[in-house]
Design a binder for this molecule. Structure first.
Ligand SMILES: [Fe+2]
Length: 218
Protein backbone atom coordinates (compact mmCIF):
# COMPACT_ATOMS: atom_id res chain seq x y z
CA UNK A 1 0.00 0.00 0.00
CA UNK A 2 1.31 3.42 -0.84
CA UNK A 3 0.47 6.51 1.10
CA UNK A 4 -0.18 9.76 -0.65
CA UNK A 5 1.64 12.89 0.50
CA UNK A 6 -1.68 14.29 1.74
CA UNK A 7 -2.33 11.14 3.81
CA UNK A 8 1.14 11.37 5.33
CA UNK A 9 0.62 15.02 6.25
CA UNK A 10 -2.76 14.25 7.81
CA UNK A 11 -1.28 11.26 9.69
CA UNK A 12 1.56 13.39 11.03
CA UNK A 13 -0.89 16.06 12.10
CA UNK A 14 -3.05 13.48 13.88
CA UNK A 15 -0.02 12.09 15.74
CA UNK A 16 1.04 15.60 16.76
CA UNK A 17 -2.44 16.36 18.08
CA UNK A 18 -2.54 13.06 19.98
CA UNK A 19 0.90 13.69 21.54
CA UNK A 20 -0.08 17.22 22.52
CA UNK A 21 -3.27 15.91 24.12
CA UNK A 22 -1.30 13.28 26.06
CA UNK A 23 1.18 15.90 27.25
CA UNK A 24 -1.68 18.14 28.32
CA UNK A 25 -3.07 15.36 30.52
CA UNK A 26 0.29 14.73 32.14
CA UNK A 27 1.27 18.39 32.49
CA UNK A 28 -1.91 20.43 32.06
CA UNK A 29 -0.16 23.82 32.11
CA UNK A 30 3.34 22.85 31.05
CA UNK A 31 4.68 22.65 34.58
CA UNK A 32 5.43 19.88 37.06
CA UNK A 33 2.62 17.48 37.88
CA UNK A 34 0.52 18.60 40.82
CA UNK A 35 -0.04 16.53 43.88
CA UNK A 36 -2.24 16.98 46.89
CA UNK A 37 -0.29 17.89 50.01
CA UNK A 38 -0.60 15.94 53.22
CA UNK A 39 -2.34 17.65 56.14
CA UNK A 40 1.04 18.34 57.76
CA UNK A 41 2.46 19.81 54.54
CA UNK A 42 -0.64 22.00 54.21
CA UNK A 43 0.03 23.53 57.61
CA UNK A 44 3.76 24.05 57.21
CA UNK A 45 5.29 27.13 55.62
CA UNK A 46 8.89 26.35 54.81
CA UNK A 47 10.53 26.66 51.41
CA UNK A 48 8.06 28.26 49.00
CA UNK A 49 6.24 25.56 47.09
CA UNK A 50 6.38 25.53 43.30
CA UNK A 51 3.22 25.87 41.23
CA UNK A 52 2.61 25.56 37.51
CA UNK A 53 3.53 28.43 35.22
CA UNK A 54 0.26 28.21 33.35
CA UNK A 55 -0.37 29.18 29.74
CA UNK A 56 -0.09 32.97 30.08
CA UNK A 57 3.55 33.76 30.89
CA UNK A 58 5.14 36.27 28.53
CA UNK A 59 8.94 36.26 28.60
CA UNK A 60 11.13 39.34 28.51
CA UNK A 61 8.94 41.75 30.47
CA UNK A 62 10.78 44.69 32.04
CA UNK A 63 11.28 46.12 35.51
CA UNK A 64 8.25 48.01 36.85
CA UNK A 65 8.50 51.74 37.32
CA UNK A 66 7.96 52.45 41.04
CA UNK A 67 6.72 48.90 41.54
CA UNK A 68 3.47 49.73 39.76
CA UNK A 69 2.23 46.67 37.90
CA UNK A 70 -0.87 48.47 36.66
CA UNK A 71 0.77 51.15 34.54
CA UNK A 72 -2.09 50.83 32.04
CA UNK A 73 -4.55 51.92 34.74
CA UNK A 74 -6.92 48.97 34.33
CA UNK A 75 -10.04 49.12 36.50
CA UNK A 76 -10.02 47.31 39.81
CA UNK A 77 -9.37 47.49 43.52
CA UNK A 78 -5.76 48.44 44.21
CA UNK A 79 -3.72 46.14 46.41
CA UNK A 80 -0.11 46.36 47.55
CA UNK A 81 1.91 43.18 47.98
CA UNK A 82 5.25 43.23 49.76
CA UNK A 83 7.64 40.94 51.58
CA UNK A 84 11.11 39.48 51.33
CA UNK A 85 13.07 36.97 49.35
CA UNK A 86 15.07 34.75 51.68
CA UNK A 87 17.78 32.19 51.08
CA UNK A 88 16.64 28.92 52.61
CA UNK A 89 13.77 27.90 54.82
CA UNK A 90 14.75 29.79 57.96
CA UNK A 91 13.80 33.20 56.63
CA UNK A 92 16.85 34.89 58.12
CA UNK A 93 19.18 35.39 55.14
CA UNK A 94 17.82 38.09 52.87
CA UNK A 95 18.63 38.03 49.16
CA UNK A 96 19.26 41.53 47.78
CA UNK A 97 18.73 42.24 44.10
CA UNK A 98 16.52 39.21 43.50
CA UNK A 99 13.97 39.59 40.74
CA UNK A 100 10.32 39.06 41.64
CA UNK A 101 8.36 38.76 38.42
CA UNK A 102 4.58 38.96 38.60
CA UNK A 103 1.79 38.39 36.10
CA UNK A 104 -1.92 38.04 36.66
CA UNK A 105 -5.39 38.35 35.17
CA UNK A 106 -7.35 41.60 35.18
CA UNK A 107 -10.52 42.10 37.23
CA UNK A 108 -12.61 40.15 34.74
CA UNK A 109 -10.21 37.20 34.59
CA UNK A 110 -8.46 38.01 31.29
CA UNK A 111 -4.71 38.11 30.82
CA UNK A 112 -3.09 40.77 28.68
CA UNK A 113 -2.48 39.03 26.40
CA UNK A 114 -4.39 35.77 26.89
CA UNK A 115 -1.30 34.11 25.47
CA UNK A 116 2.41 33.52 25.94
CA UNK A 117 5.72 33.76 24.11
CA UNK A 118 8.18 36.64 24.00
CA UNK A 119 7.05 40.19 24.80
CA UNK A 120 8.55 41.32 21.50
CA UNK A 121 5.78 39.36 19.76
CA UNK A 122 3.14 41.75 21.10
CA UNK A 123 2.27 45.40 20.66
CA UNK A 124 2.93 47.48 23.79
CA UNK A 125 -0.78 48.11 24.22
CA UNK A 126 -1.43 44.35 24.36
CA UNK A 127 0.79 43.90 27.44
CA UNK A 128 -0.47 44.68 30.94
CA UNK A 129 -0.22 43.45 34.53
CA UNK A 130 3.22 41.98 33.90
CA UNK A 131 6.75 42.83 34.94
CA UNK A 132 9.26 42.47 37.76
CA UNK A 133 10.56 44.31 40.80
CA UNK A 134 13.90 43.81 42.54
CA UNK A 135 14.58 43.29 46.22
CA UNK A 136 16.52 45.96 48.10
CA UNK A 137 19.54 45.44 50.36
CA UNK A 138 17.27 43.96 53.05
CA UNK A 139 15.74 41.51 50.58
CA UNK A 140 12.46 43.44 50.46
CA UNK A 141 10.20 43.72 47.43
CA UNK A 142 7.00 45.70 46.97
CA UNK A 143 4.53 46.18 44.14
CA UNK A 144 1.06 47.61 43.67
CA UNK A 145 -1.58 46.32 41.30
CA UNK A 146 -5.28 45.46 41.20
CA UNK A 147 -6.89 42.29 42.49
CA UNK A 148 -6.65 39.52 39.92
CA UNK A 149 -10.05 38.25 38.80
CA UNK A 150 -11.09 34.61 38.97
CA UNK A 151 -11.52 32.72 35.73
CA UNK A 152 -12.75 29.30 34.64
CA UNK A 153 -11.50 26.76 37.14
CA UNK A 154 -9.23 29.18 38.97
CA UNK A 155 -9.60 31.24 42.11
CA UNK A 156 -8.02 34.69 42.09
CA UNK A 157 -4.24 34.33 42.02
CA UNK A 158 -0.92 35.93 41.24
CA UNK A 159 1.79 34.16 39.26
CA UNK A 160 5.45 34.63 40.17
CA UNK A 161 8.92 33.78 39.00
CA UNK A 162 11.66 34.44 41.54
CA UNK A 163 15.20 34.74 40.24
CA UNK A 164 18.31 35.12 42.38
CA UNK A 165 22.01 34.48 41.69
CA UNK A 166 23.05 30.90 42.35
CA UNK A 167 19.49 29.70 42.82
CA UNK A 168 17.23 27.78 40.45
CA UNK A 169 14.35 29.92 39.26
CA UNK A 170 11.19 29.39 41.29
CA UNK A 171 7.83 29.49 39.53
CA UNK A 172 4.88 29.67 41.85
CA UNK A 173 1.50 31.20 42.63
CA UNK A 174 -0.14 32.97 45.54
CA UNK A 175 -3.88 32.67 45.92
CA UNK A 176 -6.02 35.70 46.78
CA UNK A 177 -8.89 35.07 49.23
CA UNK A 178 -12.30 34.82 47.58
CA UNK A 179 -14.24 38.08 47.43
CA UNK A 180 -18.03 38.42 47.70
CA UNK A 181 -19.73 36.76 44.75
CA UNK A 182 -16.75 34.57 43.82
CA UNK A 183 -17.37 30.99 42.85
CA UNK A 184 -13.90 29.61 43.65
CA UNK A 185 -11.86 29.64 46.82
CA UNK A 186 -8.46 28.42 47.96
CA UNK A 187 -10.11 25.15 48.99
CA UNK A 188 -11.86 24.56 45.66
CA UNK A 189 -9.01 25.58 43.34
CA UNK A 190 -7.15 22.48 42.19
CA UNK A 191 -3.80 24.28 41.81
CA UNK A 192 -4.12 25.32 45.46
CA UNK A 193 -4.39 21.64 46.41
CA UNK A 194 -0.63 21.54 45.89
CA UNK A 195 0.09 24.66 47.94
CA UNK A 196 0.41 25.11 51.69
CA UNK A 197 -2.15 27.32 53.39
CA UNK A 198 0.39 30.12 53.80
CA UNK A 199 0.42 30.59 50.03
CA UNK A 200 -3.04 32.07 50.32
CA UNK A 201 -2.46 35.77 50.97
CA UNK A 202 -3.93 37.46 54.00
CA UNK A 203 -5.17 40.84 52.82
CA UNK A 204 -5.61 43.74 55.23
CA UNK A 205 -8.41 45.93 53.93
CA UNK A 206 -8.75 48.04 57.09
CA UNK A 207 -7.07 51.03 55.45
CA UNK A 208 -7.63 52.78 52.12
CA UNK A 209 -4.97 50.69 50.43
CA UNK A 210 -5.45 46.93 50.73
CA UNK A 211 -2.18 45.28 51.70
CA UNK A 212 -0.81 41.76 51.77
CA UNK A 213 2.62 40.35 52.45
CA UNK A 214 4.46 37.17 51.62
CA UNK A 215 8.06 36.08 52.15
CA UNK A 216 9.50 33.84 49.45
CA UNK A 217 11.94 31.27 50.77
CA UNK A 218 13.98 29.78 47.97
FE1 LIG B 1 -3.36 32.13 36.08
Amino acid sequence: MTLSRRTLILSSAAVAVALAAAAAVLRPFGGPPRRTLTAAEKQSCSLTVEAVEGPYWVSGMGELPDGNLNVKGLAGVTVEVSGHVYDGASGTTAIPNAEVEIWHADSSGSYHPNGNGPATGYKPEELALRGFVKTNAAGEYRFTTIYPGEYTGRARHFHFKIRAPGKPELTTQLIVPARPGDTLTFDTDDIAEGLPNCQQLVVDESTTLARASFDFRI
